[in-house]
Design a binder for this molecule. Structure first.
Ligand SMILES: *Cc1c(COP(=O)(O)O)cnc(C)c1O
Length: 448
């Protein structure tokens, strides 16, 4: 399948996820790639997977994204204590999701200008995804975006990041219900094929292949940086994980030949993924609320992609296994000969106390503020320390997005960022709607 079609489609027609036909081996290019700046490296990585955009156009899209939206550097790496921290929050909404969604917004516009079509994106958010998606498509030609959030149930900063956007193609819908209600409305509308065609409904959630692709780039960048700084042959990358999108990008980077020895998969108390990599058992639990809300997830939507490879690239086995999971709420993968579920990963979970203690420790000892998601990764990486193997921890959000957690961890409300402070003074725009499919349906029809 062509790349652009996969991007516009999101999910495959049978409900499955699209994956690349093959994973390119780039080992012979590493010495050349390590000299590139972020936009140039992104172009080289994207080129391995994009078959239907002329190279000059792709280069322009990538340059615009990574030289405009992330001033002054896309993903700086700083040494802090015993680890390196790669700050992925230098985009407009201060969370790592900008790195993929700033590209995706521009890519949608490019494709729609070429084909003359329009796209109406519908999403449901409990926080970070909605604001980053809105920032990615605001003001872009050919695209409208409708984002539902549970009224009064997203954090103050996240709500303002969404509702202070005044572009006419952005519609915030505050639903009188829970996040699950928002998701149910979304699923029902997507299942209405007549409606879906009529308004060309699109999705922007983390199963979109372009989002995974855009995240592969910084794993190479991280590994090159730490190699240069330490002289080590390979590095470990610690990733705070929810939907398995970010860490899956890391796994692709590893398979392509990035000098990464292991991915440290870190979850909060919603630990379905860390349990899986320690026991081989993937079994559903209750979602509990934590101070790292973007990781409060049980069914990880990108896990199916990984499972395809883990089950020997056998689509029939994958289908049977997913079917079993749908019916029983659990599935099992046999550990390999060495006893590990997968040697590419080491996994662990951090509870609320671990998270608070880690934020406190890094502030006290190194004068560095971790956001609660990043702290989960740093905490687990510290526990799974391997002597002689340098570790880079991905920082997925700026601490000013989560001021309550910071105040709780260090006793004072000191997490600040000018972009967050500025929000309080801006006008807001948001439509309140009842928890009702018909109402959302009507709103979209009158605003496309
Ligand atoms: C979305 C998010 C995560 C989890 O990323 P996944 O790709 O879902 O694993 C971690 N931290 C922050 C701040 C996020 O917004």
């Amino acid at each position: 399948m062509e790349f652009c079609r996969a991007v516009m489609m999101g999910l495959a027609d049978d409900g499955g996820l699209v994956i690349p036909q093959s994973i390119p081996d780039v080992r012979s290019r590493l010495d050349e790639w390590r000299k590139l700046d972020y936009p140039a490296l992104a172009f080289e990585v994207f080129r391995q997977f994009v078959n239907d955009i002329p190279p000059a156009d792709l280069q322009k899209l990538v340059n615009e994204t990574y030289s405009e939206a992330f001033p002054p550097v896309v993903a700086p790496v700083v040494p802090v204590g015993d680890v390196f921290i790669m700050e992925l929050w230098h985009g407009p909404t201060l969370a790592f999701k900008d790195i993929a969604l700033q590209f995706l917004g521009r890519l949608f516009e490019y494709i729609l200008l070429r084909t003359g079509g329009r796209l109406n994106i519908l999403g449901a958010t409990s926080g970070d995804t909605g604001s980053a998606a809105i920032a990615g498509v605001r003001g872009r030609e050919g695209v409208n975006i409708f984002v539902m959030h549970p009224r009064g149930a997203v954090s103050r900063v996240q709500e303002l990041q969404m509702t202070t956007v005044m572009d006419p193609n952005v519609h915030n819908l505050a639903i009188d219900g829970t996040f699950d209600d928002c998701q149910r409305i979304m699923k029902t509308l997507f299942a209405d094929l007549d409606f879906k065609r009529r308004v060309s409904l699109g999705a922007i959630n983390s199963v979109n292949w372009a989002r995974v692709l855009a995240q592969i780039v910084y794993y190479f960048k991280a590994a090159f940086h730490v190699q240069a700084a330490t002289g080590a042959e390979t590095v470990r990358v610690a990733v705070p994980t929810g939907n398995f999108g970010d860490v899956l990008a890391g796994w692709y980077a590893m398979k392509m030949g990035a000098p990464i020895s292991r991915l440290i998969l870190a979850t909060n108390r919603n630990d379905i993924l860390s349990r899986f990599f320690n026991t081989g058992e993937y079994s559903l639990g209750e979602v509990v609320r934590t101070m790292s809300p973007s990781m409060d997830i049980q069914v990880a939507s990108n896990f199916e992609r990984y499972l395809y490879y883990r089950l020997g690239c056998n689509p029939v086995r994958l289908r049977d296994t997913m079917q079993q999971f749908a019916e029983t709420g659990s599935l099992r993968v046999e550990p390999s000969a060495g006893g590990a579920v997968d040697g590419d990963f080491a996994a662990g979970a951090a509870g609320e106390e671990d998270c608070l203690a880690t934020i406190g420790e890094y502030h006290r000892r190194y004068d560095y503020l971790l956001d609660p998601h990043t702290a989960v990764g740093v905490s687990v990486a510290g526990r799974l320390h391997e002597p002689g193997h340098p570790t880079v921890c991905l920082a997925t959000a700026h601490p000013a997005k989560f001021p309550e957690a910071i105040a709780k961890a260090i006793g004072r409300d000191i997490a600040r960022h000018p972009a967050v402070s500025a929000l309080a003074k801006l006008p807001t725009r948001c439509q309140s709607l009842p928890n009702d499919i018909e109402a959302v349906w009507q709103f979209i029809l009158t605003h496309v």
